[in-house]
Write a protein that binds this ligand. Sequence first.
Ligand code: PRX
Length: 707
Amino acid sequence: MAKVRQKPNVKAQKSGNKLTEAQIAVHWKEEEYFRPSKRFIAQANLSDPAFVKKFSEKHFPECFDHYASLLDWDKPWRKTLDTSNPPFWKWFVGGKLNACYNCVDRHLAKHRNKAALIFVPEPEAESATVITYQELYKRVNEVAAMLRDFAGLKTGDRVTIHMPMIPELPITMLACARLGVVHSVVFGGFSGEACGLRAADSGSCVLIYADGYHRNGKWVDHKASADIAVRTATKEGQEIDKVLVWQRYPGKYTSDSPMAAGRDFFINDVLKNYRRQIVEPVSQDAEAPLFLMYTSGTTGKPKGCQHRTGGYLAYVIGTARYYQDIHPEDVYWCMADIGWITGHSYIVYGPMALAATSVLYEGAPQFPDAGRPWRIAERLDVNIFHTSPTAIRMLRKAGGNEPKIYNYHFKHMTTVGEPIEPEVWKWYYQVVGKGEAVIVDTWWQTETGGFLCSTKPALDLMKPGSAGPAVLGIYPVIWDENGHEVKAGSGNAGNICIRNPWPGIMQTIWGDPQRFVTQYYKKYNKNPKSKNWRDWPYYAADGAVLPADGYYRILGRVDDVINVAGHRLGTKEVESACLTIPEVAEAAVVPAVDEVKGRVPVVYISLKPGVPTTKAIEDKVTSTIETMIGKIARPKTIHIVPDMPKTRSGKIMRRVLAAISNHMDTGDITTLANPDIVEQIRELVQGRNVGPLREGPEDIKRFGDER
Ligand code: PRX
C-alpha cells in the first residue's frame, strides 16, 4: 500500500463569539498521503519536475504558449496575453484556428481508423457503437453542411442544443465548431422551460433535440420538452424558426409529441440531402466565442458563460494531457454528462483534441445494477475513469464489492464537482482503483474552463479529501472578507481566488459584461482603472483552507448556490419558481446534508393570508420546480411555515432555516424581528424531541451570510 506519513491535526483557532470569515476554525483531521505507482509514473505525460518550473510565475503568461502549441493553428498568435481591457483578457492574440479541425481533421493522417467515440446504450442488450475518427469526420461534415445550408446558420450565430448522451450530441457540437456557430448545450435533464429561457437569452433561432432516450430503465420522451422550449422562448420574444430532431433509432420516431409542419424536421431525413458533403472548417479568431454554458449564480437568472476558441482549447488540451494523462492508446471514460462543463472540456474538447478514444454512456450508472460501470470498463478495457463524488457514493452504497468481480484495470481516476469525503476517496482508491490507479481530485468551475487545483498525477502525493496544489500556471490565494491573506497552515478558512488570468477562463457573461465584472472581479479589485492583471484577482465564490503542505481543501460555495450531486443549483432560481404559485407569499431555499448527493435543496414557504396548508400546495411546489427548472432541482422536503424568521429590515434569515434543517445551532436570534418563530419552525421540522446538535459543514454554517 502506498501510504506515507501522518500529519498532525490542525488546531481550531477561535477568538470571541463572532467569527469573521477568516477566523472560522476548520476542524478536520489531516489525512495520510498516498503515492502514485512506479508503473504509472513510468508512462506519465508529466513526470519531469523541470517542466513544472516552466510554469512558475516568472514565466507567466508565456508558459501557456506550450499548451497552445499542442494545437494546429492556421495563423500563429502574435501575443500570448493582452491585458489592456481588464478583466476582459485576450489570449493568443492574432492567432487563428478551428476547434473542429483540431479535434477531428488533424487526427485523420495517423488515427483514421481509431475509435473516436464508443457509444454504450443504456439497455444492456444493445451493443456498443464505435465511431472512428474517419467516420466522425464524415458525419460532422454532413451535419455542418446541413446546419449551414438547411438551417441557415452562419459563423457567430448561436444554437441551443438540448440533447441526451448520444453520439449525435458531440457530432452536433463539433459541426457547430466547424462553422464557428456558437453552441449552447443545455443539460438534457433540464426542463423545456429552462431550455427555452436559455435559448431566448442566447438569441438562438434554432433548437436541436433528440426524440427520446433511455434513462434508468425508462424511455424519456424528450421531444415533448422542445414544444415547451419553443413556447417559452417565444414568450420571451425569441422566435424559433426550426427545431431539428435527431432520432435515437434512425427511421423510427419515438416521441408522442407531434412534429410541427414547417418548424420541426428529422435530422436523419434532412441529412440524406447532404451525403458526402465536405465543409471547409472556418478559420476562427482565437478570441471568437466557441460556446456558451449556462450556470447558476446568485440571481434568479442563469448566466451564459462565454468561452473563447483558442484559449479554451489550449487550456483543455494541456490539462487533459498532463492531468488526465491521456495518450492516444488509452480508453478514456468520463461518466459526466456532456451537458455540463465537465463533459465539454473533458469528454469532448480536451480528449478529442488529443485523439483519445472517449466512451459515451447513455444511461444511469446504476442501471440495471451497481456493477454496470465495471462491466463497461471490463468490456471496453477502459483505463482512465472520471466521475463525481455523488456517483462514487451511490456505487459504493449500492454495490461496495462489485468492482472486485470485474477484471478491469484503471491507471488513472478523476473525481470532480464536489468535495469528496476521505472515506469515500479511500473506497474509490482501494476498491474501484484496486490500489493501482492514481486519483486526481480536480477543483474548478463552469467559468474556469478547466482544472484549477489538482495533484500532478505522477509527481505529487495524493491526499484524500483535498484537491491539492494549484495546477500549472495558476496562482491562487485565500483572502478573508477584508482582503487579508489567510496564510497556509493557519487552520482558517477564507475565499479562494486566482490572482492571475489563464487561457481557460470565460470571456464574459453572454450579453452582460457588467455582471461578469461585478460577480467575479469586483470583490478584491482595489483599483477599477488599473490595467495590471495583478489588480484583478478572480473571485471563485468557494471557501477553502490551506494547510502547510500547500494542498487546497475546497469547502464549498460561499454564495447562494447549492451543489446538488455535483450540479449547481441557484437557490434564487428555485425561490423564483415557488413565487410563481399564487398561494405562496414567501419562499426560502436552503441546503441540507445528504449522504449520497452531498447537498439537497429544502424549501420553506409561507402562504398568503387565508390559504390553508394542504398537501396539494406541496405537490404544486414540486411540480412547479420540476417544470420550470427540471427534476434535478426537486426539493427533498417542503415545509409550510406560518412565517419566515426575519431581520428587523424584513430580510429572511436563511442561515437560521439552514441550521434547523441540518440540526445545527441557530446561533444568535435575539436580533430577529420575530425570534419566537424559530422555535415554532424547529418543532415543525424536527418534532418535539430535539436530538443532539451537529457541528455541520462550513458551507452550511455560512449559508445566507452574503445576502
Ligand atoms: O463549489 C465548487 C464545486 O463545484 C463548483 C463548480 O460547479 P460547476 O460550475 O457546476 O462545475 C462543476 C465541474 C467543474 C465549485 O464552485 N467543486 C468543483 N470541483 C470540486 C468542487 N468542490 C470540491 N472539490 C472539487 N474537486
